[in-house]
Design a protein around this ligand. Structure first.
Ligand SMILES: [Cu+2]
Length: 316
């Protein structure tokens, strides 16, 4: 009887694979272990140090990625060497804010599971008090929940990149100023000012790349404390924008899209074929763009084939 059940299950899985053409459709458990680290990080291309609070030692925290139907098996560790309580708030989860998202004291840890019910791109962050300080100091990241398969309206991209924007408050201890939006001096893209912009910062060494005509998909999260983001690709147009990254939410031919605080969206862009072009992907809000929120996307035949794939979708 047991054997019979197993063979039925196997047949069902094989049939499912044939329907969607991808083994990723088999539900799996994705183990995620984040450790709160109160540490020093570098926040620009010349090596300026900052007293950060992080997940696993980086701003932003690690990229978490799963497919609809998967189970996220999550653990947060807050080492006893830390001075503060920390927590996790996954925007992809439907749980209890007073239980799963509750603060974890130094020397303790928290474990829970959830099954995401919506595909898309979502922020995660620390919700411990004062939340403005925990996020401003760097306790945020991105979780991508992929749909089970691509469609005509949500095609498979040639390259993928994750970009997360944050406000930089050099006075890390003034939570009141953060709440009142005073004293922020720069914008961070994936944790650094002008991270991928050698045009405005000669110390920048990285850019995003694609080949002319390729479809580039950007997973964008606004991790600012108070400022919406006017997300615009200079010298290009968003071919499609998917609010919250859900393939069912699709808009075409968008020049600038307003991304609310704590919103994540997917942006597709395709460069012209047959010529070298560059885009400057900006937060068109001038106080953000000219203080760090510009990212160069180079579209050229010799684009590094590693970039925008595998572990190189969130460039450190
Ligand atoms: Cu925290």
């Amino acid at each position: 009887m047991r054997l019979f059940k197993i063979s039925i299950t196997s047949c069902a899985i094989i049939a499912m694979m044939m329907v969607v053409g991808s083994p990723t459709a088999i539900a799996k458990t994705v183990k995620v272990h984040l450790t709160a680290q109160e540490t020093t990080v570098v926040i620009d291309n010349k090596g300026t140090k900052y007293a950060a609070w992080t997940y696993n030692g980086t701003i932003p925290g690690p990229l978490v990625r799963a497919t609809i139907g998967d189970t996220i098996d999550f653990t947060l560790t807050n080492p006893k060497t830390n001075k503060n309580s920390h927590s996790i708030d996954f925007h992809a989860a439907q749980v209890d804010v007073l239980k799963e998202f509750a603060p974890v004291k130094p020397g303790h840890s928290k474990h829970f599971k959830f099954v995401p019910h919506y595909p898309g791109v979502f922020m995660y962050h620390c919700g411990s008090s004062p939340m403005a300080e925990h996020i401003a100091r760097g306790m945020y990241g991105t979780i991508i929940i992929d749909p089970k398969h691509y469609t005509k309206a949500f095609p498979k991209p040639d390259r993928e990149y994750v970009l997360e924007e944050g406000q930089y408050f050099p006075n890390a201890t003034d939570a009141k100023a953060m709440i009142e939006n005073r004293g922020w001096t720069a914008s961070l893209i994936n944790g650094k000012i002008f991270h991928y912009d050698p045009v405005h910062d000669p110390n920048a060494t990285e850019v995003l790349m694609s080949k002319p005509g390729e479809l580039v998909r950007i997973f964008f999260v606004n991790a600012n404390i108070n400022m919406p983001v006017a997300f615009h690709p200079i010298a290009g147009i968003w071919a499609r924008v998917y609010p919250s990254g859900n393939p069912k939410n699709v808009m075409y031919g968008i020049q600038t899209y307003n991304v609310a605080v704590a919103e994540g969206d997917i942006f597709d862009i395709r460069s012209p074929k047959g010529r070298v072009t560059n885009n400057a992907i900006v937060d068109h809000t001038m106080s953000a763009a000219l203080r760090g929120a510009i990212t160069i996307l180079m579209n050229r035949p010799d684009a590094d084939p590693k970039l925008g794939r595998g572990k190189y979708i969130l460039l450190r």
